[in-house]
Each structure stands twice: as C-alpha cells, then as structure tokens.
Design a protein around this ligand. Structure first.
Ligand SMILES: [Zn+2]
Length: 310
C-alpha cells in the first residue's frame, strides 16, 4: 500500500522563485492529507497533480508562511462544489485566529470545515490503519509537529507450513491469518502462531514544522522512516537559528540521529541559501549517517515498509 509524500513548498519564511512556502502533501490508500498550507499551496497542488481531495489539514503554527494558503485553497474547493467536510487541526490557543483565516474573504465555505485544537501527545486523527499524533515543538509560539504512525501489520502467513499441517487452501487460511485457530476434518486444531509470523512494523513520518531541535521530536516516533525537519539555516547562522526558534541542518541531523530516523528531509530553507544547499547537506552528513536530502518543490517520495528488503 503506497505511502507517498509530495513536497509542495520547502521555503523558509520568504519564498524564492524556486521554493514555495511550507506545504507537505501525503497520500495513503486514496486518502489525502495536507500538512501546513503556505501561500500558493493550491497552485502547487495543481502543478504537481496531487488533486484537491484533502480530508485533513494539519497546521503546525499560525505564522503566515504556514497558513496564508488556506483562504485561497478553501475558496477554490468551494468553487469546485466540494461537499466533503474538511478537518483542520491546529495548536491549542489558535482556533479563533485560524477561523478568521477560513472566513477571511467574508464568505463561509459551503462545505463543512471543522477546526479542532491539538496539543502534545494528542491523536489529531485516528484512521483505520494509522493515526496522526501531535507533539510539542519549540518555536516561541503555539506550535506542534505531527507524526503519522501506521499500526503494526499482521505477520507473514506461511502458506507452505499451513499446507504441511494439512490446512486446506481456502477460508481457513484467512481465518488463521486473522488470528483464529481452525479445526481440520480429522479434529486437529491449528493455531495462528504455528503459521503466522511476528507482527511487522508499519511506516512512520514525522514533520516538525518550525522548531528548535527538541527532544519531543525524538520521542514522536521510534526510528521514523522519514523525518521532515526545520533546517532554516546552515552553521554560518547558528546564532540566528537559536534566536528565531529554528534549526540548522546540523541541529536537525542530531535529532535525526538520536531518533534513529532512516531518512532526513531538510525543510524550510532560508532564502539566503537560494540555489545553494551543499552546506546544509554536508553539515547534516557529519552528524547523521542515514539518507539526507534537501527536497525541491514537487519532489515525491514513496516510503517503503521497514521490512521491504527482508
Ligand atoms: Zn514559524
């Protein structure tokens, strides 16, 4: 089941000709989620062909470069006669301000928009096979990051072993795989643990939004398959990163290493580094030996299962 991330906007507070303000699009089994919606997000959705069937929008904080795309996006959804509700999740204390943005141009959307506040550890959205959980970040304002955490999957079904035990091919296979014991015609009982392996881990994505490096990001997921972290600055502006409650690439990499992340996407790149992110990459690699990259707008990444190569 594909889990696919599209980087809609990877700029810092000021966009560049190459980078739009923040937006991360995630598609999983026909469901579309959006994390932050900087100005121009709707055009990025069009450019990169993702579609507009977003069911949940997760807002990390109310700085303009993360939310100014909301009024335009909602207006277009309205023009497209959307009926499906949209759930918006936003940090504690920001609901009123966000509601103001939703109704910014005077017309309420004709489809239901539900805004709910989330805080550290809250499950913002529980889906059938995964959840999106908020975690506290450190950005001198009400802010959270989000972790998409898939449930464990059933263990592998050992078909050969089942046949050896005399289980007839058919419904008994799925009963066993579902965790139920079955009785064969000769009265033998076969238990699931005889033919089903250990549960297998799901996939996980952690998105920090804007933040200083913080331990809550490390705790958000165990060995995330993808960590999308603030890396507004390189080492040359480390003091500025600390002061403005952002991270350097190196700071992001330290968090990635401590979290045991498999991949690190460096996001929210300041416009001062337009066209040049080699320092970000190099400084991150000195600390983190997983995969590191600075995504361009429009880059897509399909997240494999942790056990895909087993
Ligand atoms: Zn910010």
């Amino acid at each position: 089941m594909p889990l696919c991330v599209t980087f809609l906007g990877t700029a810092g507070a000021v966009p560049t000709t190459e980078r739009n303000p923040s937006g991360i699009f995630v598609a999983r089994e026909g469901e579309q989620l959006l994390f932050d919606a900087g100005e121009g997000t709707q055009r990025q959705l069009m450019r990169f062909g993702t579609g507009f069937s977003i069911s949940h929008l997760f807002v990390t904080h109310l700085h303009g470069d993360h939310v100014l795309g909301i009024p335009g996006l909602l207006q277009t959804m309205d023009f497209n006669d959307r009926e499906k509700p949209l759930a918006i999740h936003t940090p504690h204390g920001t609901r009123r301000k966000l509601k103001g943005l939703v109704n910014a141009v005077g017309n309420r959307p004709s489809f239901p928009v539900r805004i709910s506040e989330v805080g550290d550890g809250d499950v913002a959205y529980r889906a059938e096979e995964y959840e999106v959980r908020a975690f506290e970040t450190d950005h001198n304002t009400n802010s959270v990051g989000y972790a998409l955490l898939e449930d464990e999957r059933k263990g592998r079904f050992d078909r050969e072993r089942a046949e050896e035990l005399g289980v007839p091919v058919g419904p008994k296979f799925s009963q066993l795989h579902e965790g139920n014991s079955v009785e064969l015609e000769d009265g033998t009982v076969v238990h699931p643990e005889q033919v089903v392996g250990e549960p297998r881990p799901g996939r996980s994505i952690v998105y920090t939004g804007d933040t200083r490096p913080t331990v809550t990001t490390i705790e958000a997921a165990d060995e995330p398959d993808l960590l999308i972290h603030d890396a507004t600055f390189a080492d040359d502006r480390a003091d500025r990163a600390a002061k403005t409650a952002h991270s350097t690439a190196r700071g992001a990499a330290e968090i990635a290493a401590r979290a045991g992340a498999k991949r690190l996407a460096l996001m929210h790149i300041s416009s001062r580094y337009a066209g040049y992110t080699d320092d970000h990459i190099q400084q991150a690699r000195e600390t983190f030996d997983g995969e590191v990259f600075v995504p361009d707008d429009g880059d897509e990444l399909e997240i494999p299962y942790p056990d895909a190569d087993v």
